[in-house]
Design a protein around this ligand. Sequence first.
Ligand code: SER
Length: 625
Amino acid sequence: MDNVTLHFSNHSLLCYNLPMTADELREKYISFFVSKGHVQIQGKSLLPDNDPTVLFTTAGMHPLVPYLLGEEHPAGNRLVNYQKCIRTGDIDSVGDTSHLTFFEMLGNWSLGDYFKEGAIEMSLEFLTSPEWLGIPFEKLGVTVFKGEGEVPRDDESAQVWKRLGIPENRIAYLPREDNWWGPAGSTGPCGPDSEMFYYVGDAPCGPDCKPGCSCGKWLEIWNDVFMQYNKNAEGAYEPLARKCVDTGMGIERTVTILNGKQSVYDTVIFEPIIRAIEAACSCRYGEDSEKDRSIRIIADHVRSASFILGDPKAVSPSNVGAGYVLRRLIRRAVRHGRKLTHGAAEWENGLFLSPIASVIVDQLKGPYPELEENRAFIIGDLDREEAKFLETLQKGEHEFEKLLPNLLKDPRRIMSGRLAFKLYDTYGFPIELTEELAREQGMQVNRGEFDEAFKKHQELSRLQSGQVFKGGLGDQGEMAVAYHTATHLLHKALRMILGEHVAQKGSNITAERMRFDFSHGAPMTPEEIKQAEDIVNEQIRRDLPVRMEVMSIDEAKAAGAIALFGEKYESKVKVYTIGNSPTDFFSKEVCGGPHLERTGGMGKFKIRKEQSSSAGVRRIRAVLE
Ligand code: SER
C-alpha cells in the first residue's frame, strides 16, 4: 500500500498503479465487508439449480435471487461472497484482449438492511481508504440512473455520492440501458444501479470528463444495484416492501485496471497459464498477434473447462446443454493448440490441455478447493475429450490426403467449399484445418461456398432437432424460448414495414437478448424502428396463441408460411402459426421451435441497435424488458 500513498501524495496520477493480485483483492473485499457486519457465505455451483433460463451461473447475484425476492437467508441480512461465473454470450469475442468466459465476481448484499446510503458509503470507503484499495478520488467517477417513464431520477444516490466528496462533474446520469438491473425474466425484483468507474488516462480530459465521456478512459469496476421495485405481470413497478442491495465487482477486470494493465491477459492472473501454454506449444506470447490470439483463447477456454469439470455438479463433454458448451470450449482450445504447433507432427509429444489445467488447479485451489478434490476428474475428462478430438482430426487429415491428387489437378488451385463442408459434416473436420492443409499445398478453399453450405446445414439441423440455439451456444430456457417467438414477430413486422424482400439471414438468442440478421439494403430510419417495435408489442399485447403443425414444405408454402431454405426439405417440416386461426394469423413460419404457447407476458420488445452486418444484410439487437 506504500506505493499508493506515495504516488497519491506526489499527485502523480501518471504512474499510479496498485500492485494487487486476485487473492489480495478477494481477501480484502471479504475482510472489509465482514468488518462491516456481513457474514461470508459460500459461492455456489457454476451449474445453477432450478433455473431453466441459463446453463451457467452468470453473476454473483444469480444464486441469491430467491433471497432478493423476499426469502429469509439463514446467514442473516448482510452477506458477502465471491462467486465463480461463466458467460458464454460473448464467446466469439474471446481471443481479443479483454473478453473472458470464466470470471470471478465479488459481491455484498443487504436483504432489507442498509440501502443506497449504506451501500454507497461502504463502496466508497473500500475503494478510497488507504487501508483498503486506496484509489485517489481524482481517479473515480460514478453513474446513476437518470430516470425514465414512471421511475424518477435516482437523486438519492447522487446526493450520497456528492456528500461523500464525488463532485457533480464526475457523476453521469444515464438511461435504463446503462443504469438498471433486473433478472432475465420480464417480472421480478429490479431497480436502478450506480456504477463506479476508474479513470485510466493521465488526468480527466476536461472539466466535463465523466463516465461515458468520448475519451473512453473510464472503466467500470463495481456496480451497486438497488432492488427497489417489483415489476409485476402488468408491467408496472411496485415498490418492494423489503428493499435489497446487490453489488458486483469482477475480480479479473478490477485487477487489470488497478494494475494499470491494458489487458487481463497481461496480469498475474494469467501469467502462469500463459507460461504453461508456451511450454506446451513451444511458442512465445507477445511476438505474433495471430498466435497471441490463439494463446488467449486456450488460456480462457481451459480455465472455463477446468471449472466446469471441477464443479461439484460437473458435467462431462456431450452434445447437449452445458456439456455441449464444455465440448466446444475444449475442442476450440485443442484447435488453437494445433495452430500454434503447426499440426500433427508435434502432437506425438502427447496431450497438451491437462498440463495447463494442472496449473489452473494449483493456482485456484485455495479459494476453490473443489478443483483439488476433482483434479483427477478434470484431467481425465480433458485428456479423453482431447484424444477423441485428435482422432477426428486425424481421420479428416487422412481423408484430405486421399482427395489431394484430384485437388492438385485444378490449375486454379481452389478447393470447393462443398468438399470442405463434406469433410466437416462427415468427419467433424474443422474448416480452419482444411484451409490450413490446403494452404500447405498452395491451395485455397472457397470459403464463401463453405459458409453457405454450413449455414444451410445449421438451419436444417435446427429445424430437425427443434433446438433454439444457433451458432451452437444458447439455451432452451423460458426466456430463450420467448426470444425465439419474438424473432418470428419481428421477422413478420419487418416484412410489413420494409417489404417482402426481407428474409432472415441468421439469429442468435440467449436468455438475455436476441440478435436478428435480415436482408435489406439500407439502414432503418428511427420511424421504421419504432414502427417495428410497435407492431411486435401489439402482438404481445394481443396475447395470440402459437400453434404448431407438421406438413410438407409445399403444403407449408401453400398455407402462406415463410420458408427459409425451401428446396432443402424433403420430408415433413414444422410450421408455427402465431394468430387466432389457421387462416387469420399474424405470422406463419417453417421452424423447428420450440415456442411459447401464447405471445402474452413475454415483456416489452425494444430494439437496442440496428446496424450493418455485411453487404445487404442488417442486424438488429433487441431485448424483452
Ligand atoms: N447483478 C449485478 C451485476 O452482475 C451486480 O451484482 O453486475
